[in-house]
Design a binder for this molecule. Structure first.
Ligand SMILES: [Zn+2]
Length: 288
């Protein structure tokens, strides 16, 4: 993990808001900047491609952001399956399978649940994750979306928990717009700093941790970004997440009697649904 203090910090005066383009900015909590015009919040860091390689190497999925991403496969797929079923309803059943691109496809867990109903492909920067997914037979573009010519190739693009990691989130929205066919859909999930829970927690909100989380959208700023880049908003709402007790308890209670009891009873792999209202799913559509 890179400490944010070791990163270059551009001065606030040289920055402009990724959502509205204005330069009317103020400091917000320690290390965060807020746009006075639209309310978008981001981390006051700049990340080189070398920094990104260090952050999103294998340790990101095994130790830094996740304890052991692969061991969470069955539980993460519960949430993915629900989202896939919702997205499937957007398409008529009597036509050919829609073409789907996952931006930030990680180890291919969403592709695994979507492949029966969609022609799937992914874009991913982690070499280890690309290799793992390609072994399962998926078409994975290794690198950033901007490196590939995918103009109007897809009926739907999806991206889970990715936008908050991007220093220039507007770029991925522009690129997603370009890779969609007219009438195509874009579905994303991200953290919501405007939610009641995030506002209640303030600077202690668990999602504030630059440099991995750098863009902090609210439902309002996220919808503004989409509209500014040509999309029409279809739906925006908080989503349910599923995690094991292992993941929820291990970081803080690994040595506690309670954790050992739960482990002894074999309950650590039980999926726990939770919804603090601070993770949102947004569906937008590219007009004809
Ligand atoms: Zn703004």
């Amino acid at each position: 993990m890179i400490e944010s203090k070791s990163l270059n910090r551009p001065t606030i005066n040289n920055q402009s808001c990724a959502v509205c383009g204005k330069q009317n900015l103020m400091h917000h909590f320690e290390g965060l900047i807020k746009c006075n015009n639209c309310g978008f919040i981001w981390a006051d860091v700049s990340l080189s491609s070398e920094d990104l390689k260090n952050i999103y190497g294998k340790n990101y999925f095994f130790g830094d952001e996740y304890i052991d991403y692969l061991s969470e496969e069955a539980i993460l797929k519960i949430g993915f399956r629900k989202i896939k079923n919702q997205l499937l309803r957007l398409f008529p059943t009597n036509k050919k399978m829609p073409d789907l691109l996952e931006i930030g496809s990680a180890y291919g867990f969403f592709l695994d649940v979507a492949k029966q109903d969609f022609n799937v492909a992914g874009v991913e920067i982690s070499s280890d994750a690309v290799e793992y997914s390609r072994k399962k037979g998926y078409e994975i573009f290794h690198g950033e979306l901007s490196e590939f010519d995918l103009h109007e190739k897809y009926d739907i693009a999806v991206s889970f928990a990715t936008l908050e990691h991007l220093v220039s989130p507007d770029e991925i929205v522009k690129q997603a717009f370009s890779c969609l066919k007219p009438n195509g859909f874009f579905y994303i999930t991200t953290i919501d700093i405007g939610s009641l829970f995030a506002r209640f927690r303030g600077k202690k909100w668990r999602m504030i941790h630059p440099p991995t989380h750098v863009s902090y959208f609210s439902s309002s700023t996220l919808q503004s970004l989409m509209k500014r880049n040509g999309f029409k908003v279809v739906e925006c709402k908080p989503i349910w997440q599923y995690r094991s007790l292992d993941v929820l308890l291990l970081p803080k209670f690994a040595n506690s009697l309670f954790y050992r009891l739960v482990n002894f009873l074999g309950l650590t792999r039980v999926p726990i649904p939770f919804n603090f209202g601070d993770i949102i799913g947004l569906l937008v559509q590219k007009p004809i």
